[in-house]
Design a protein around this ligand. Sequence first.
Ligand code: DQQ
Length: 500
Amino acid sequence: RAEADPHRPRFHFVSPAGWLNDPNGVSQWNGTYHLFYQYNPEGAFHHRILWGHAVSTDLVNWEDAPVALEPGPGSADPDRDGCWSGVLVNDGGVPTLVYSGRHGERELPCVAVGSPDLLSWTKAPENPVIAAPPAGVDITAYRDHCVWREGSVWRQLVGSGIRGRGGTAFLYESADLRSWDYVGPLFIGDASAQAEEATDWTGTMWECVDLFRAGAGVLGGASEDAAPDALVFSAWNDGDTRHPLYWSGRYSGDTFEPAALHRLDYGGRFFYAPQSFLDESGRRIMFGWLQEGRPEEASVEAGWSGVMSLPRVTTLAADGTLSFAPVPELERFRTGHVQLPGRVLVGAGTPVETGISGKQLDLELELQLSAGSVVRLGVLGSADGREETAVELALDPDGSTGTLRLDRSRSSLSAEEEGLDAEPREGPVPMPGGRVSLRVLVDRSAVEIFANGKPLTARAYPTLGGEAVTLTAAAGTARLLSFDAWTMGEIFGGERTLFP
Ligand code: DQQ
């Protein structure tokens, strides 16, 4: 049933059926990439979560592997109500998962040990390995894990929040991943005046905390390494706050000294709960969860929900922020190269007939905008022009700062009846000299956009099956320096192997 849905992406990883959310245990082990994910095979809704598992030799072609973790069958099992998010670490050659075991309404840290091929997992008899959240602190929640080796000890962050103060992450230390000493809160969100709108913006709870040294350095490593650390988290509150943010700053000793707060992806909740790892070639690779922009009933009806992002290489930009690009391995899905000649786009002119069309596309544009100009790239457009999902780049009158926008007001004619998320999304993009490299990956309902390394991820559900790609200057003039387009293939050509 899920396969029949025209909105189901083809070159993004999706679960075989049912529900998918956060990426977990993302890693490379003896050459093979592993992607685990929050999974409910029973239906397209969040309930009794398992760890799904897929493996890859190139990060982009995936094969399903057996479910890695399932809630314990016993009523006293610490994870009887779900195996929530966590990570994979290498414990002296033994693959080990640290995850949140859900029991009733609360979660506690649990550990499972893998076979050498990472295909079967045994839960540690010590679970839960931390018996309770820190005493005497009024917490909003307590779950999700970031675990790393520092010298001769393990360190761990557990995501949380302190009521009335803000999101936080609690720091722990251990010699064996089984017995943990509490160190303290690494950092409390609103302790800094930089929070845009206090707790609502930075969350009353930080989900899926991910701490790493930006660039190629090692966390807690050489202090002469000038690269900042990044403390990535998904800001959550019991209202609508759901978006990925990060603090740049410096982790040292038992604390994190924040420098600045940044948005990680301008799509907000459409790139949620990201997790990253260093691969064997030294690249920091990040995955995130693209949640649906249609109501749950529609997903349940379709038989599936949730898309894994394309893997992104995360690097350090010159201004100290993070920069993102889809992994080059994605080029393996490319066929049918089309190249458009460079030209000048004049404001409010007729859209350039690109001749490019498709629902699975990789588009690469080099543009030079003049101050005050706006370039508009339409994708998923119907032949009659009534539907279109518009990617806009605008250059400020100052000529060096710009804005990336996604306008979904005409993405779907039935947006209102169907209750689709059609809210605009936007964020700032540095555009020195008006230059911008734009990359747009369209995979049916999944759209990932990168403008000079700044990402905007979202979902769109056209009803007319549109495939048209248009280009125009909506204001001012801009120079199209190059435009390369490819049709993209698919991960799962035939049937998926479903594991019991
Ligand atoms: N999803 C998981 C939690 C995490 C949340 C549960 C983030 O562990 O906090 O499926 O999307």
